[in-house]
Design a protein around this ligand. Structure first.
Ligand code: G1P
Length: 297
């Protein structure tokens, strides 16, 4: 098995029902934070971590996603003619090299584990990354890159981990901690969406994974778990029962849950504030809003 991770799976087959009606005709992953679609943040993070092959697990209605990564000759020619070099550069960065990107359909919504399993033939026998584009992580060093570096020192399955309040634990995969070494945590179990009060810790799985190809074999078993779905968490937890290493990695960075409206809005504000050309205006507006809200209380 080779040790360098160059392939990443992006599960993007979900219907995005939490954002209806916006997602009736556009994929959720195309919704933008300021002026960049959610998926672009995931791609940039993967590139920074050394990913060369991008595998999208899609479903019906995701054609706009394929178009987004395609060359746009007319648009590029127009920008060139008008001398808009900055924009041209931005647009070119969204293009993917021929053969670097693949789309696989998940025909039935059978769960995240099943979505990953759909890409098994494109992965073959090498370790790979999984990125859930809903989880946007702002970090000085991109989260996946942090993990790839940790993986080089400690090869094994690795999931991004973050502390969550107990009342939120039931929304996540939760780690059962064996040894806590700070950023690296060795784990003795993982539970997908535990019942409130039954969570083994407050350390939740966040949507970045580095996985060994054995996970795909575990997914072959197609066992259903929480919510009647085939869970990636269960396939990873299976490795622990076989005494193969599984780690949680406490990343440095701020995670936004862009699968929820509130998280999406917070990310929008935060990313806009980080843009010098928008910051002053937006800050002034936010101060005004807070003042008006406080005065009304
Ligand atoms: C998925 C995973 C879960 C993880 C979460 C992170 O759940 O199944 O283990 O904690 O992503 O965002 P979902 O949010 O798709 O229900």
């Amino acid at each position: 098995m080779k040790n360098k991770i160059t392939k990443a799976i992006f599960p993007v087959a979900g219907l995005g029902t939490r954002f209806l009606p916006a997602t009736k005709s556009i994929p959720k992953e195309i919704m933008s934070l300021v002026d960049r679609p959610l998926i672009q943040y995931a791609i940039d993070e993967a590139r920074a971590a050394g990913i060369k092959e991008f595998i999208f697990v899609t479903s019906r209605g995701k054609a706009a996603l394929e178009d987004y990564f395609d060359h746009a000759p007319q648009l590029e020619a127009e920008l060139k003619k008008k001398g808009k070099d900055d924009l041209l550069e931005e647009i070119k960065n969204t293009n993917m090299d021929s053969g670097a990107i693949a789309y696989i359909r998940q025909h039935k919504p059978l769960g995240l584990g099943h979505a990953v399993w759909c890409a098994r033939r494109l992965i073959g026998n090498e370790p790979f990354a999984v990125i859930l584009p809903d989880d946007i992580i702002a970090a000085e060093k991109p989260c996946l890159q942090q993990m790839v570096e940790a993986f080089a020192e400690n090869p094994g399955n690795m999931v991004a981990a973050m502390e969550v309040p107990p009342e939120r634990a039931s929304a996540y995969g939760i780690l059962d901690v064996k040894e806590d070494h700070g950023s690296l945590v060795s784990i003795k179990g993982m539970v997908e969406k535990p019942k409130t009060g039954e969570e083994p810790s407050n350390l939740a799985v966040i949507g970045r994974y580095l996985l060994t190809p054995q996970i795909l074999k575990n997914l072959n078993l197609k066992q259903t778990g929480a919510g009647g779905e085939i869970q990636l968490t269960d396939a990873i937890a299976h490795e622990i029962t076989e005494n193969r290493p599984v780690y949680g990695y406490r990343f440095r960075g701020q995670r936004y849950d862009c699968g929820s409206k509130s998280g999406y809005l917070q990310a929008t504000v935060s990313f806009a504030l980080s843009r010098p050309e928008l910051r002053d205006d937006l800050l002034g507006f936010l101060r005004e809003v807070v003042n008006v809200e406080q005065a009304a209380q």
